[in-house]
Design a protein around this ligand. Structure first.
Ligand SMILES: NC(=O)c1ccc[n+]([C@@H]2O[C@H](COP(=O)([O-])OP(=O)(O)OC[C@H]3O[C@@H](n4cnc5c(N)ncnc54)[C@H](OP(=O)(O)O)[C@@H]3O)[C@@H](O)[C@H]2O)c1
Length: 319
């Protein structure tokens, strides 16, 4: 039987690299799209067996080139996402107009599924451009292509993320750590392999026309996340609640001075609201998709040793 052909956008990221391995193992043929084959190609190629991955370079707004890529494809998966805006890469362009274009092509070439990663908790945040663009993207996709699947994950974590790894670095090197909104914002962190398992099941079971909120097994507040990371490193830091007006001043400074700001005003607005299921959609837990959701502490312990003195040699030996 001819293997299903899957095209993946944003394939070099945290989810992309884990997903390619899973899909190619299941005999799906993957066309991995990246903006820069030169820097990302080698790592993407390593994610699966030889012969099962085609690499394609696509600069974000070269829409004319896209058409060619959709011929003979069965499924499109969009994993492209940004946390900061930069020139043409605005939230609206990346989270709304680009997915809309992909959905139009899915329709034109009669693909079987368009799987799009949005984010949990974006529907009700009023003053975040990130949230608004993700919510608008979902709306445009649903309007355009009926074989959609929208996945809305809470924070995705793993050794390849930009969240726990950044926090571990701060905890290791800074004696004090600022917390916003008293650290009360709640999340359901989900491990990247669990997100990939959801995508894999959606592909295998040919699920369509569904929005699924994707959560991990535990609700954890931002402060609790920091405490658990500290605990994993066996160090204690002073967590100081920072008034939002001061945090916004710092965020403005970061936005002006840094290419990838540590914190933005938009992210502060996003942090105001809990990152928990809305109740409007089913979750992966309701649908019993995952075989064994992974717990935060167990997974963190598998890579936090890299931030401990002694690195690899600080790992606790299992007897
Ligand atoms: N990580 C989380 O905690 C989290 C939470 C909720 C939702 N999500 C969503 O889940 C999806 C996957 O997340 P992830 O953690 O795998 O993200 P990631 O590691 O940041 O990867 C995203 C990929 O998007 C592509 N990309 C980035 N900027 C782009 C631009 N300006 N134009 C075109 N492509 C661009 C990059 O691929 P190339 O460099 O190969 O082009 C990058 O590898 C995203 O849509 C994200 O918003 C993530």
């Amino acid at each position: 039987m001819k293997p299903k052909e899957i095209i993946i956008f944003g394939s070099s990221g945290q989810v992309g690299s884990n997903l390619i391995r899973r899909l190619t193992k299941n005999n799906y043929k993957v066309t991995a799209v990246t903006r820069n084959i030169h820097t990302k190609g080698y790592n993407i190629k390593k994610s699966g067996n030889a012969g099962w991955i085609d690499l394609v370079e696509f600069k974000t707004f070269e829409y004319d080139k896209l058409r060619e890529l959709f011929k003979n494809k069965d499924i499109c998966i969009n994993l492209i996402g940004i946390l900061n805006e930069r020139r043409k890469s605005s939230f609206n362009n990346i989270h709304c107009l680009l997915p809309k274009k992909l959905a139009e092509l899915c329709k034109e070439y009669k693909l079987k599924q368009f799987i799009h990663l949005s984010a949990l908790g974006v529907d009700d945040v009023k003053d975040s451009k990130y949230a608004l663009s993700k919510a608008n993207g979902e709306y445009e996709i649903k309007k355009t292509f009926e074989n959609y699947i929208i996945l809305k994950p809470s924070i995705i974590f793993s050794r390849d993320d930009k969240f726990t790894t950044m926090l571990l670095s701060f905890i290791k090197y800074l004696p004090i750590f600022p917390i916003y909104y008293q650290g009360k914002t709640e999340f359901y962190p989900i491990h990247v392999t669990d997100v990939c398992e959801i995508i894999e099941k959606v592909v295998i079971k040919e699920i369509k026309k569904e929005t699924i909120e994707c959560i991990g097994p535990e609700k954890i507040s931002f402060k609790e996340i920091l405490l658990r990371l500290q605990n994993s490193l066996k160090i204690k830091r002073l967590l100081i609640p920072m008034p939002i007006s001061i945090a916004k001043m710092f965020a403005t400074m970061f936005e002006i001075l840094m290419k990838n700001p540590l914190l933005t005003r938009d992210q502060l607005n996003l942090l105001k609201e809990n990152n928990v299921p809305s109740g409007k959609y089913k979750t992966n837990v309701d649908l019993k998709i995952n075989s064994n959701l992974k717990y935060f502490d167990n997974e963190i312990a598998k890579y936090s040793y890299m931030w401990k003195d002694g690195g690899e040699f600080s790992r606790e030996k299992k007897i």
